[in-house]
Design a protein around this ligand. Structure first.
Ligand SMILES: Cc1ncc(COP(=O)(O)O)c(C=O)c1O
Length: 432
């Protein structure tokens, strides 16, 4: 791809400028698409958060699709030939609310559930709902109490001078090869300029799983400030359930929780779920209607029976989590095998999600250059600097020494990828 894009053919609006500038998520999705299609014989996709094709889940989606085709009544025709309501299918929203009530004793009804075209769209709506230029004057920002944070939020702001106000983490070194991030509560400085607090749990990219204690402190602080706590549960509990430590899901009227069917294995259906107080659900439904009329409804139709029967929980616990736990352990073994022993590499504690988050201390090149060299050698990863947005990283070397490596692709691809990573790292540090 050319490094200098052509000039836009017509003058750009602010909207166009914001959404067409170079962005990490666009690069990531282009790379992911390339590596999974035209480049699939030459590129190993260890960049994006595509879920693995878990055989059990693949069989199940086929079965669900067949049941939809063969089912009594005309549900299949309705799914394909009718627009959904903008808040989502009432039956699916009922099923989500009942399922969560049963699991966690929450008191939700369908009025607490809004469907969006993926969690990404949910975040576009939510971040711009709570921050940017405010209708009553002035600007607000989203407080990210800890970065690195999900690359996909970084360029979603439409108005104002910057959507995020982010905080560096405390970094705990563990042994020779591990580390862990924690929220630095002493430096949070939550104030009137913040419109909401947002976190992903587990966090993409680091896989850090904020503890129940950290979440409860954030909840308290958000409540005192009168702003919501937005929790992105794309990999979390109860589904897809890609968490490897204990964690308690929480919800109350001051929390906005987002879920997605993507990491369960259905990214192509574009199904996000927002759990929020009814006023926010009504706003999300209005945004969906204005921007896209309705949502894709195929994911809702495929998974509703699994929510109604509770099977989705069993699948998350017995199939999805063990699959990714095994894959993560295997990836870590490959790292130990192929990364040079005399280089000071570390990996974040693996607490969930689909990634190993590597930190190469004293890396002689930038992580962006490392990404380029890896891509030239046939491996796509994600350069770490994109995950440190919303703060000035000048003088903070850590923000230029990390990469995110996904381990969800078939094992031979991941093995080759680690072998190449080992060689490229060796050459970057100049060791044999
Ligand atoms: C933390 C996090 N949030 C949200 C998303 C958006 O996913 P989707 O729009 O497919 O639901 C992703 C995708 O990778 C993610 O990692």
């Amino acid at each position: 791809m050319s490094s200098t894009p052509p000039e836009p053919p017509y003058p750009q609006s602010v909207f166009a400028n914001k959404l067409t500038d170079h962005s990490g998520i666009t690069e990531l999705m282009d790379d992911l698409g390339e590596a999974l299609t035209i480049g699939k014989d030459s590129l190993r996709m260890m960049g994006g958060g595509n879920p693995g094709h878990i055989p059990h889940m693949q069989r199940l989606w086929r079965k669900q699709m067949q049941a939809l085709l063969d089912g009594e009544g005309n549900e299949f025709d309705r799914v394909l030939a009718d627009y959904d309501q903008p808040a989502g299918s009432p039956a699916f929203r009922d099923a989500v609310a009942s399922f969560l009530n049963k699991e966690y004793n929450w008191e939700l009804s369908r009025d607490n559930i809004a469907i969006t075209n993926g969690g990404q769209t949910a975040f576009f709506f939510l971040l711009n709902r709570f921050a940017g230029e405010m209708a009553g004057g002035g600007e607000k920002r989203i407080l990210l109490p800890i970065v690195p944070e999900y690359i996909g939020y970084g360029d979603q702001g439409i108005s104002g001078s910057g959507l995020f106000d982010s905080r560096k983490p405390l970094i705990e070194m563990i042994g020779e090869r591990r580390f862990k991030y924690r929220i630095d509560f002493d430096n949070l400085d939550l104030n009137d300029s913040h419109g909401a607090i947002a976190v992903s749990r587990p966090t993409n990219p680091s896989s850090n799983l904020l503890t129940d204690g950290e979440i409860s402190k954030l909840r308290e602080l958000a409540g005192e400030q009168g702003i919501p706590l937005i929790i992105d549960n794309a990999y979390g509990l109860p589904f897809p359930g890609v968490v490897f430590h204990d964690a308690t899901p929480v919800w109350d009227e001051n929390i906005i929780l987002t879920l997605s069917l993507s990491k369960l294995g259905l990214p192509g259906t574009r199904t996000g779920i927002v759990v929020a107080r009814p006023e926010i659900v009504r706003e999300i439904r209005s945004m969906t209607a204005i921007i896209g009329l309705a949502n894709n409804n195929i994911g809702q139709a495929l998974t509703r029976p699994m929510l109604e029967s509770g099977e989705i929980k069993h699948l998350a616990d017995e199939v999805v989590r063990p699959y990714y736990r095994n894959r993560s352990e295997h990836a870590l073994q490959l790292a130990r095998e192929y990364l040079p022993g005399d280089v000071p590499w570390r990996v974040h504690d693996i607490e969930g999600a689909f990634f190993l988050w590597f930190w190469f201390e004293n890396l002689p090149i930038s992580c962006r250059e490392l990404y380029r060299r890896l891509k030239d050698s046939g491996v796509v990863v994600v350069s770490g600097e994109y995950f440190f947005f919303g703060l000035d990283t000048d003088g903070w070397d850590h923000a230029r020494q990390c990469i995110r490596v996904s381990y969800t692709q078939p094992e031979p691809i991941v093995k080759d990828g680690f072998q190449i990573l080992g060689e490229v790292i060796r050459s970057a540090y100049g060791v044999d």
